[in-house]
Ligand binder design. Structure first.
Ligand code: SAM
Ligand code: SF4
Length: 508
């Protein structure tokens, strides 16, 4: 979970603007107060001075990116991030629906916020609470009915409507905006201000693609995020330039299915993620590129070539396979076999021999027997992952697998997950252990946990901690790795090799 902390948005109260013509569903409930009449350009009521914004982010990096764009959308209207919910006038929960109990977690959090809102009300102050993200999309109006504390519910495709929603909510309306709008939110969201970008550090996310057309039988994404859409290359290049001009040195391209990106290229014809990476790599000052999350079916030749040819494309790839049994992959509708996946891994390793692989695994998918699970362990042994994520299958309402026969008992799922995670942990330890004694370039992107420490990432996305003066934050420095821990490395700064740009393990 990530929170949008204090930023540098302009304080004060501004007029809200943009897109007020769209219909917003406003359920008639007992708690609803009518929005003010003739509010064509609603403004934040000046009697309501608390413009502190607190966004609590659940789930994946795409939600982290969305939260920054929400903050950017509200910044021109006077809302500035604050460090804690207690200090906020507007709280947004940016939710994730990928696994079970997601909605319950959100309702528990809303229960806690109810007390805060009641205290504010006693003091004569308004606290506006919104729910965004995939739980908002899935629950819609039910959420307003079940949680009277909520003022507005907004789906992921309508964040450009936030200023309007917040203004209306602060006037007393209760609102739901979960329809997939005809207009593209990216055409309406303001670009991040340089000051806000600087405050977020030297790494940034950039969503290039949203939604998914693959329809894996376990997954809610095609329903909550909708059909696959790709942003045009020119729009992405402009956003990337803006980030780099503000000091960003590493950009991670995001998408639910990022390598399916097929946005319009310079001629207007659909392009490929590989081509986009080649173009982004030309930006002066952009030292590192990454992308996530990829589907094995969409690893096209130009993308493999980008791994081969681009020093700025980091040698790390998150390539989920989910299972190691063809029977289960078919039932999951993954559209690839174990052989396809292993062949792809081989091709990638030929193109970039030091590439570190990560993956996602689901254990206990309906119908998975012991032999299927053993096949997953065999695939993991064969590939050798630098790190990976693994989950017990969790039935998601509305997905085909949720109503499949032969659900695997919970205790079997638990036991299989423990065995898989033990194997993945051994592989991660071995991968990290092999770094000890090597010198790797680390982009120092944040303060460390201990005084005098900075932390950053190796090319292989490992977290690295070291003693370093605070002013070195934002630099890529050579670090000698002294020790490997379960999920991170520690080391000390080494002098850069005289006259060389190349450091062991990376060309950054
Ligand atoms: N698009 C990526 C792909 O095709 O692999 C995955 C994106 S999905 C949002 C992130 C991960 O959540 C999946 O790779 C899968 O391992 C996990 N996941 C999704 N639905 C799940 C479910 N119903 N139960 C358990 N894990 C699930
Ligand atoms: Fe979900 Fe990924 Fe499958 Fe799309 S490709 S349905 S996002 S798991």
């Amino acid at each position: 979970m990530t929170d949008i902390g204090p930023g540098t948005g302009r304080r004060g109260v501004g007029e809200l603007s943009g897109g007020q013509n769209r219909r917003i569903k406003e359920p008639r409930t007992a708690t609803e107060m009518p929005p003010s009449l003739g509010a064509c350009r609603p403004t934040v009521p000046t009697s309501d001075p608390n413009t502190g914004l607190f966004i609590k982010t659940y789930g994946c990096q795409m939600n982290v990116y969305d939260s920054t764009r929400m903050a950017d959308a509200l910044a021109p209207h006077g809302f500035a991030p604050v460090a804690a919910a207690d200090a906020a006038g507007v709280i947004i929960l940016n939710t994730c629906h990928i696994r079970e109990k997601a909605a319950e977690k959100v309702y528990s959090e809303l229960g806690r916020l109810r007390a805060l809102k009641a205290r504010r009300a006693q003091a004569g102050q308004r606290l506006t609470i919104g729910v965004a993200g995939c739980v908002a999309q899935a629950e819609g109006e039910d959420m307003l009915a079940r949680a009277p504390v909520v003022d507005f519910v907004v789906g992921p495709q309508a964040y450009h409507r936030l200023p309007h929603l917040v203004a209306r909510a602060r006037r007393g309306a209760r609102l739901v905006e979960t329809a997939f709008p005809t207009e593209d939110k990216f055409d309406h969201l303001p670009l991040p201000q340089a000051k806000a970008t600087v405050s977020r550090g030297p790494t940034a996310f950039l969503t290039v693609q949203e939604g998914c057309d693959k329809f894996c039988t376990f997954c809610v994404v095609p329903y909550t995020r909708g059909a696959e859409t790709s942003r045009p290359m020119a729009q992405l290049m402009a956003e990337a330039h803006r980030l780099v001009d503000a000091g960003v040195r590493e950009i991670t391209l995001l998408g639910q299915n990022v390598n399916a990106w097929h946005g319009a290229g310079p001629s207007g014809a659909p392009s490929t993620l590989g081509r986009l990476l080649f173009e982004l790599a030309k930006i002066d000052g952009l030292d590192r590129l990454r992308y996530t999350t990829s589907h094995p079916r969409d690893m096209h030749a130009e993308l493999v070539a980008a791994h081969r040819d681009l020093d700025t494309l980091m040698p790390y790839l998150h390539l989920p396979v989910q299972a190691g049994s063809d029977r289960i992959l078919k039932a999951m509708n993954r559209q690839h076999t174990v052989h396809d996946y292993l062949t792809l891994v081989e091709t990638l390793r030929q193109a970039r021999p030091d590439i570190a692989l990560s993956g996602d695994f689901i254990v206990g998918f309906p119908g998975e027997n012991e032999a299927d699970f053993e096949a997953t362990l065999a695939l993991v042994r064969r590939v050798g992952y630098a790190q990976a994520y693994s989950f017990k299958y969790s039935p998601r309402p509305g997905t085909p697998a949720a109503t499949a026969a032969a659900h695997v008992p919970e205790e079997v799922k638990t036991e299989r997950l423990a065995r898989l995670q033990a194997l993945l942990a051994d592989q991660a330890r071995a991968f990290n252990g092999a770094m000890v004694g090597r010198t790797v370039p680390v982009l120092l992107d944040r303060a460390g946990k201990r005084p005098g420490q900075l932390a950053g990432r190796s090319p292989y996305l490992q977290a690295v901690h070291l003693q370093a003066p605070a002013h070195r934050r934002g630099e890529i420095v050579p670090v000698v790795i002294d020790a490997a821990h379960a999920n991170s490395l520690s080391g000390h700064m080494a002098p850069a090799p005289a006259g060389a740009g190349q450091i062991d393990g990376d060309a950054a």
